[in-house]
Design a protein around this ligand. Structure first.
Ligand code: PHE
Ligand code: FE
Length: 291
């Protein structure tokens, strides 16, 4: 993920492109143990919930073996499969740095791991979110191409001043996307698969809306960063994501969005393809703060 704001110089010790060494040999055993706890819990849950490309990617990267994975080891396999690599960064990086990495098939990942008392929730992305959540999908050739195209699209959106619209596309696909499968809805979004509670909520809870993916609809819908989503968007296949975005010139779309009103987060529009009309009971009851 990226941080908003002005261009900053990289912090001391980081390279001009903001990358740092992962420093894999410096992780404490207690940190490896947090990874292993999170990993085992998610793997049991995600069978039958995560989409096949995610589960296949998880297998082929063998993310479990050493506790916190060594990026050098992951990168051999990832490079072989789709030409992507994971690079370590010291936390959130400026948008243009983030997009430049994606456009060059590099995924910037945090190298710190959450504390044992944060197993269930933390707002800033740690290595479990970034690597367990995002990297398996990068082994899928179609998704890998989508992420690179998004990086280039990000550079363009910045120059056109419409980044807040494009960010919603990232949020509702890369982070919180659902996909159809013959067996029912499946998760591909990294923000969901890396969260125990949201992996259940996103598929099973009656509260959120689940709506067919539509590019312009998504870019008009705000999102929340502090709690479970109130709406999830469903793609028929990963190929749809790549085709719809790469075959569309976003410039006219951005022009329309400049005057179109946002769609309230829990609204259902007449043109929506509705998978679930949510009750919004969870959000209406105050969400996480009420729990
Ligand atoms: N086609 C988009 C544009 O014209 C670029 C893009 C591709 C954006 C993929 C997002 C994802 O700006
Ligand atoms: Fe993320």
């Amino acid at each position: 993920m990226s941080a908003d704001g002005v261009t900053l110089a990289p912090p001391p010790g980081a390279r001009p492109d903001w990358t740092i060494d992962q420093g894999w040999e410096h992780y404490a055993q207690a940190e490896h143990d947090v990874w292993i706890t999170l990993y085992e819990r998610q793997v049991k849950l995600l069978e039958g919930r995560a989409c096949d490309p995610f589960l296949r990617g998880l297998d082929s990267l063998d993310l479990h073996r050493t506790g916190i994975p060594d990026f050098a080891r992951i990168n051999e396999e990832l490079m072989r499969l789709t030409g992507w690599t994971v690079v370590a960064v010291p936390g959130l990086v400026p948008d243009e740095v983030f997009f430049d990495h994606l456009a060059n098939r590099r995924f910037p990942a945090g190298q710190f791991i959450r504390k044992p008392e944060q197993l269930d929730y933390l707002q800033e992305p740690d290595i479990f979110h970034d690597v367990f959540g995002h990297v398996p999908m990068l082994t899928d050739p179609t998704f890998a191409d989508y992420m690179q195209a998004y990086g280039k699209g990000g550079q363009r959106a910045m120059s056109l001043g419409r980044l807040h619209n494009l960010a919603r596309l990232y949020w509702y696909t890369v982070e919180f996307g659902l996909m159809e499968s013959p067996q029912g809805l499946r998760i591909y979004g990294a923000g969901i698969v890396s969260s125990y509670a949201e992996s259940v909520f996103a598929l099973d809870d009656p509260s959120p809306n689940r709506i067919g993916f539509d590019l312009e609809r998504v870019m008009r819908t705000p999102y929340r960063i502090d709690d479970f989503q109130q709406v999830y968007f469903v793609v028929p296949a990963l190929q749809t994501l790549l085709d719809v975005t790469t075959h569309t010139d976003f410039a006219p779309l951005y022009d329309r969005l400049a005057t179109a009103a946002d769609i309230p987060i829990a609204a259902i529009e007449p043109s929506d393809r509705v998978f679930t009309r949510g009750t919004q009971a969870y959000a209406d009851a105050g969400g996480r703060t009420a729990a």
